[in-house]
Design a protein around this ligand. Sequence first.
Ligand code: AMP
Length: 143
Amino acid sequence: MTVASILAAKGRNVLTAGPDTPLSAIIDSLARHKVGAIVVTNAAGAVVGIVSERDIVREIAGRGAGVLDEPVANCMTRKVVSCAESDTVNDVMNVMTVNRFRHLPVVSNGRLAGIVSIGDVVKRKIEQVERDAEEMRNYIATA
Ligand code: AMP
């Protein structure tokens, strides 16, 4: 089970914003699209950061609601870890667990090709466990 199969099911749309986008607009977009993170790209489309709900909560808690008027570049994570379409669901789970984050942009040929969240990964994992159990039940029933 690979990242490519997750993208084939969920689509390749990624919510992006420019680094100058005010945090208030980022919050609006997160809420409207019901997602937990936005990938920040520059004018050339290159990934320059990622911002999640956690970054925003941390900034507001630390510096107050005035940060909502600041550009997202002030609170995004700049060193973005990404994955490839050929990575397996287990690879992705491992990267998310080790790094303690829940979003992984997918990069193909140097371009943003999708995003997988921990929700996508857990869904796939549960489906696989259910399929394995069903196969085992069938095997036992016909043995
Ligand atoms: P999350 O668990 O995805 O809400 O993110 C927790 C923290 O990790 C936040 O500071 C995010 O900016 C950061 N983060 C999330 N995804 C990534 C990623 N793929 N690469 C680097 N940092 C990330």
